[in-house]
Design a protein around this ligand. Sequence first.
Ligand code: CAA
Length: 380
Amino acid sequence: MDFQLTEDQAMVRDMARDFAQKELVPRARKHDEQGSIDPEVFGILKELGFWGFTIPEEHGGAGLGNLELALLLEELNAGCASTGVTVSVHNSLLGSPIRRFGTQAQMEQWLPQLATGDRIGCYCLTEPNAGSDAGGLITSAVRDGDDWILNGTKIFVTNGAFAGLAIVYARTSTELKGPKGISAFLVPMETPGVSVGKAEKKTGIRGSSTTEVLLENVRLPASALLGEENRGFPIAMDTLDGGRIGIAAQAIGIGRACLEASIKYAKDREQFGSPIGNFQAIQWKLADMSTRLDAARLLVHRAALTRDAGERVTPQAAQAKLFASTVANFCADECLQIHGGAGYTDDFEVERLFRDARITEIYEGATDIQRIVIARNLLA
Ligand code: CAA
C-alpha cells in the first residue's frame, strides 16, 4: 500500500491549490453574497482544463482519474464550495456516465463540448416526490415513432441556470415498477420544451446554481437514450458512486478550510493573557479536527483508487461520503466554537463554511441513505 502521491498527482494538487488560493479564496464571500460565481472564474477553469479533467484525451479532456479529481475537488472546495460543487457535478454526474455508458457517437458528440466547458453539465434525477426514493420518479418518456417525448419536473438541479446538457432520468415503462422502468436521456438544454424554473435560495453554497428543470413535450431523437431502455436507474446509481466520492472530497475541502481558519484564530486571538491556542481545550479541538480529516481523506482516496481500478465502489463511496460529510460538519462546528461570538457574525469566513458544510450531509444521497447502502452491502 502506498500513501504517497505520485509526482504527477502532487503536481495536480499543487496547481489546484495555487488556483484556489489565488482566485477562489478572495472571491468566496462575493460568490456567496451575489448568489453566483464570477464569470471570469468559468474562464480560468476552462484555461486550466478543469472542466475536462476526467474526460479522455481523445475527446479533448485531460483523461485523469477519480483520485486526481478528488485532489482537485478538495482544493477547489477549500477555496470556494460553490465553485467546487459546480465542477464536481459537471465532471462526475455528466462527463462520467457518458464516458462509461455512451455509444461512440454520443461520446464524440458531447464529450469535446463538455471538456472545454462550452457546455456545462447537470444531472436531473430528483423530483418533488422522488428525493431519497429516486426510483419513485414520475417524469415520463413516451415513444412517438422513433422519437421520445418527455414530460415532468426536476428539482434541486445543480448548474441548472447555465447548463448546456442535462442527463434526465425518466420513466419509460408503466408496467415495470420503481427503479426498474427508468431510462437515461441526454438532453441539450436548448431543446424546445426544456426550461429552467425556480432558482432555490439556499442556506449555503449560495454561489452555486440550484434550479428546477421543466420538461414540457420535449421531443428527443432515439439517439438521446443513454444505455439500455429501462436500465437507466443502475446508470444513475453508478454515476452517484462517483459523485459521492466528489462530495466527500468537497467535505474534506470545507473541513480543511475550517481547520486552517481555526489554527490562525487560535494563534491570533488572546484571552487570559495568552493566545487561545495555548489552552488545551482549543488544542484538543484542533487535534480532533485534523485526525478526523486525515481519516476521511483516506476513505476518499481508497474509494477513488478502487473506482480507478475499474471495480464497483458502492459501499466504499457511501462510507467516504458518510464519514467525510460528518467530519466537515464537526470541523465547522468546532471552528465556530473556537471563534466564539465573532464566528457567529460574517466578520469571519467560518459563518459561511458552517452553512456550506451542511449540504454535504444532504445532497447526492443523505447521510441515512449512505447508511442504508452500506448496511445492504453488509447484509447481502
Ligand atoms: N451501481 C450500479 N447499479 C446499482 C447501484 C450502483 N451503485 N445501486 C443500485 N443499482 C442497481 C441495482 O442492482 C438494481 O438493479 P436490478 O434492476 O438489476 O435489480 C437497481 O439498480 C435498483 O437498485 P435498488 O433495488 O437498490 O433500488 P432502490 O429503489 O432500493 O434504491 C437507494 C436504492 C440507495 C435508496 C437509491 O434510491 C438512492 O441512492 N437514493 C438517493 C438518491 C440520491 O442520492 N439523490 C441525489 C440526486 S443528485 C443531487 O443531489 C443534486 C446534485 O446535483 C448535486
